[in-house]
Design a protein around this ligand. Structure first.
Ligand SMILES: Cc1ncc(COP(=O)(O)O)c(C=O)c1O
Length: 428
C-alpha cells in the first residue's frame, strides 16, 4: 500500500510509485466492505477454487524435476524463459489460434500481470495514450497507470467493448494530431463484467487498431475456461498475429501461486519485450515443474475445471433467478469466474454497505472496477456515496454448496435496500 500523502516517505517516491497508488488491494479487492458478526459467504475473490488446485501432482512434479533436472532448474534461466515450456505453448496455440507459432513467439513472465507490465515498459511512454475498458481488472489499470500515460476509458456492454466509441475516440485523437499507443482489452469472459466481445466487434476492433496504428494488448486470462461452446477466435488469431500481444496465464487453469504467464507476439515484438526485462526472468524451477504437470493429463484437468466452474456458475444463476429477480438483472457468462449484476432502479446502492454484514454476504461493488476512478488521482477506493449500480459476484472461490445460501442472503440485502427511502443519507 502506498504511504499516505503526509508520510515522510511519500515525498521520496518516484512519480511512477505515486501514480501506482493503492487502487487495488489483492484479488477481489473486497476489503472495503465492512464485516459483521455473521461470517460472510464471500463472492468477493476472483480466485480459483482451492479444491481444484493440483497440489499433490505439483509436489510429485517438483520432486521429479529436482531429481532429474536439478542443475538447470536451480540455475539462472534467461529472460525469455525455458524453451521447453515455450515449445508446449507454441504447439497448443498454433492449433487453437490457427497461426503458425514457434517458441520465438513467446516469452514467459511472472503471471499475465508481469506480461502486461513488460508490455507497458516496452511500448508506453509517459506522455502516451492508452485505451482501457470503462470497467476492467483493477490490477491491470493500476499497472498501466503506474507508467503514467493518459488513460482513455471506453464503454462496454454485453457484447464487450463498444467499437463505435473506440472509432469515435480514435478519429477525435487523429483530428487533434494524437494517437492511442496501446489498447488493453479483456475480450473473452471479461473481468468484471463476464462479457465476451462478439466476432463482428473483434474484426472491427482489429481493423480500427490497424488503421490507427494502435498496439493491442489482449488479456486472455479466462479464455480456456468456457462452459459450453468455445469462445470466438482470439484477437491474435483474427489479426494473424500482427499488431497484437496476447497475454496468457496459468493462474486460472493450474495455480496462481506458480506466477507463470506469457506474452505471445511476433518474434520481433517478443525480442523487444525480452530486451527490457531486468529481473533475470521467471523461476526456471517453477517453469519446469509446470511443464511436467502439463505433459500428462492436462486436457482432463482442464475439462474438470470447466465442468466444476460451469456448475458453480449455473448454481449462482439459478439462485439469482429465485431470490433476486425483483431487485436486479444479471448477465449469463459463457465462461470465466464472474456474474455482473445490475441493480434495478428502485434499489438504493448506498444502503447495501450496511445490509451486507448484517446478512452475512459480501461481494465487490462495481465502482472498484471503474477504470476512470483508478486512472484518476483517488488514493483509496472506498465504499460510499455515488456508488455504482453494479455488483461483481465471483462464483469461483466460494464453496459450491454455499452459493444458494449466499444468494438467498444477497436477495434479502437487495430487498432491504429496495425498501430504503431514496432520500436517506448515504453511509460514508
Ligand atoms: C483479467 C485479469 N488479468 C490478469 C490477472 C492476473 O493474472 P496473473 O495471475 O496471471 O498475473 C487477473 C487476475 O485475477 C485477471 O482477472
Amino acid at each position: 500500500v502506498t504511504p499516505a500523502a503526509e508520510s515522510p516517505l511519500a515525498a521520496q517516491l518516484s512519480e511512477r510509485a505515486q501514480r501506482a497508488g493503492a487502487a487495488y488491494a489483492g484479488p477481489g479487492a473486497g476489503h472495503d466492505v465492512p464485516q459483521g458478526d455473521r461470517p460472510p459467504i464471500a463472492f468477493t475473490g476472483g480466485l480459483p477454487d482451492p479444491g481444484l488446485l493440483p497440489a499433490e501432482r505439483l509436489a510429485e512434479a517438483t520432486a521429479d524435476v529436482l531429481r532429474t533436472d536439478g542443475n538447470d532448474a536451480l540455475q539462472y534461466g534467461g529472460a525469455q524463459g525455458w524453451a521447453g515450456l515455450r515449445e508446449w505453448l507454441a504447439e497448443r496455440w498454433s492449433a487453437k489460434d490457427a497461426v503458425a507459432l514457434t517458441p520465438s513467439h513467446f516469452t514467459l513472465t511472472n503471471g499475465s500481470a508481469g506480461a502486461l507490465a513488460n508490455v507497458c515498459e516496452t511500448f508506453v511512454d509517459p506522455t502516451d495514450i492508452v485505451g482501457v475498458e470503462a470497467f476492467s481488472f483493477p490490477g491491470s489499470v493500476r499497472a498501466i497507470r503506474s507508467f503514467t500515460p493518459r488513460i482513455e476509458c471506453l464503454p462496454l456492454d454485453d457484447d464487450g467493448l463498444d467499437v463505435d466509441a473506440l472509432e469515435a475516440l480514435l478519429r477525435d485523437l487523429e483530428r487533434r494530431g494524437e494517437r492511442m499507443r496501446l489498447l488493453y482489452t479483456i475480450a473473452t469472459f471479461h473481468n468484471p463484467t463476464g462479457s465476451t466481445l462478439s466476432v463482428a466487434r473483434r474484426q472491427r476492433l482489429i481493423d480500427l487498431c490497424t488503421r490507427h496504428d494502435v498496439l493491442i494488448a489482449e488479456d486472455d486470462a479466462y479464455g480456456e475456461l468456457f462452459f459450453g461452446d468455445e469462445p470466438p477466435p482470439s484477437l491474435y488469431s483474427l489479426a494473424g498475429g500482427k499488431g497484437v500481444v496476447k497475454l496468457g496465464s496459468f493462474s486460472k487453469i493450474v495455480a496462481p501461486g506458480l506466477r507463470v504467464g506469457w506474452s505471445q507476439a511476433e518474434p520481433a515484438v517478443v525480442d523487444a519485450l525480452v530486451a527490457t526485462r531486468s529481473d533475470l526472468g521467471t523461476s526456471p524451477l517453477l517453469i519446469r515443474v509446470l511443464s511436467r504437470f502439463l505433459a500428462e493429463g492436462f486436457e482432463e484437468h482442464l475439462a474438470g475445471l470447466r465442468h466444476a466452474y460451469a456448475g458453480k456458475c449455473r448454481s449462482m444463476l439459478d439462485a439469482l433467478g429465485e431470490h433476486c429477480a425483483g431487485t436486479a438483472t444479471w448477465n449469463q457468462p459463457g465462461g470465466g469466474f464472474f456474474v455482473w449484476v445490475t441493480l434495478r432502479e428502485h434499489v438504493t446502492p448506498d444502503a447495501l454497505a450496511d445490509a451486507c454484514p448484517a446478512e452475512g454476504v459480501s461481494f465487490v461493488g462495481g465502482h472498484v472496477f471503474s477504470s476512470e476512478r483508478i486512472a484518476g488521482d483517488g488514493r483509496r477506493m472506498a465504499w460510499g456515496p455515488g456508488d455504482s449500480r453494479f455488483l461483481r459476484l465471483a462464483f469461483s472461490y466460494v464453496a459450491g454448496d454455499t452459493i444458494p445460501e449466499g444468494i438467498l442472503r444477497l436477495g434479502a440485502v437487495l430487498s432491504r435496500a429496495a425498501q430504503m427511502p431514496q432520500s436517506m443519507a448515504p453511509l460514508s
